[in-house]
Design a protein around this ligand. Structure first.
Ligand SMILES: Cc1ncc(COP(=O)(O)O)c(C=O)c1O
Length: 333
């Protein structure tokens, strides 16, 4: 890698984190303010830039990978694949991603366009955790373990760096952005890095803050999130599960209705998982406080899903893409 390319890489990597929070006027009233933390403003478009960056950084610090030599292999439902493909490429690594075939076509194309090799499995939308159901995780492990000299699998489902990215980054950002007024925090759960990292930090600042985990229904269509009646809890989540005060389950139908509602009322084109979190914030029945929810990515890569599920027509989607507020202008895919 040339010095110019390396300094470009460093400039891009410095842009990870410090994402904006915006007030959701459609939910807020005199007593309660609702905010969305827009993780789509990370360089590769999602909350997963943080975990991917921290996992690569830690692996380099521990001498587990070498630029120009190692291949990074990871099972993911999409966003970690995009983030790893982008970040690792910048730093001079090859990336191979195992992804459930049900992930959106757009997601798969983005990962390939960033130069990563893609393996598809018939797992449900999110790689499952649990013996006998975890095809993506098992395939990634078997490829990586056959060539330990070359392959490294960060394993976001157990990697402490995934937690640290949020404990050191996202948690403090939310505390500062709300000037310590936050009373309730909502997040979906994939590996659990986001909710445990932010939750642990916020509880240390004020143990009265309620941490609410949002899960989609069983057999869901919400890329990136997990339902724990049909999947085991990842080790990373289990380690700090006690930070979660409560759970709320949202159906596909409710989430897709919210995609339309948020577009109408907030003029924002959001992802299925952000709509799931919005629905949970709205439904939970908070009468007084300051509420923050993670909007993990935006709606840009969900045209095929939204048109197939009759959430938006192709024309409505294209119009929303042009007119949506808060879409990141610096996204690198
Ligand atoms: C699309 C998406 N990816 C990932 C996550 C968080 O995942 P994790 O639990 O792996 O940090 C979320 C959480 O809201 C999400 O919506």
């Amino acid at each position: 890698m040339t010095i110019e390319a390396l300094s470009d890489a460093e400039t891009i990597l410095k842009k990870i984190g410090n994402t904006p929070i915006v007030k959701l006027e459609s939910l807020s009233n005199n007593q309660t303010e609702f905010y969305a933390k827009l993780e789509s403003h990370n360089p590769f478009g999602s909350v997963k830039d943080r975990a991917a960056f921290w996992m690569v950084k830690l692996a380099e610090e521990n001498g587990l990978i070498k630029r120009g030599h190692s291949v990074i292999m990871e099972p993911t439902s999409g966003n970690t694949g995009i983030a790893l493909a982008g970040i690792a490429k910048l730093l001079g690594y090859k990336v191979e991603i195992v992804i459930p075939e049900k992930a959106s076509d757009e997601t798969k194309k983005i990962i390939e366009s960033l130069g990563a090799t893609l393996y598809q499995t018939s797992d449900d939308l999110c790689p499952k955790v649990g013996a006998g159901t975890d095809q993506s995780i098992a395939l990634a492990k078997s490829i990586a373990s056959a060539r330990p000299d070359k392959y490294y699998s960060p394993n976001q489902y157990a990697n402490e760096a995934n937690f640290m990215g949020h404990y050191k980054g996202t948690g403090p950002e939310i505390w500062e952005q709300t000037k310590g007024k936050i009373t309730h925090f909502f997040s979906g759960v994939g590996t659990g890095g986001t909710i445990t990292g932010i939750g642990a930090y916020l509880k240390e600042k004020n143990s009265n803050i309620k941490i609410i985990a949002v899960q989609p229904q069983q057999n869901h269509l919400i890329q990136g999130l997990r339902n724990f009646e049909e999947s085991d809890k990842p080790d990373l989540f289990l380690k700090r599960e006690q930070v979660v005060d409560d759970w709320i389950t949202i159906t596909n139908e409710e989430a897709f209705a919210s995609v339309k509602e948020i577009l109408q009322k907030e003029k924002m084109l959001v992802s299925p998982s952000s709509a799931t979190v919005y629905t949970a914030m709205k439904k939970y029945g908070i009468e007084k406080g300051c509420v923050v929810g993670i909007f993990a990515d935006d709606g840009k890569k969900f045209k095929s899903l939204y048109t197939q599920q009759n959430v938006l027509t192709a024309e409505e989607f294209d119009k929303a893409l042009k007119e949506s507020r808060y879409l990141s202008k610096d996204s690198l895919y």
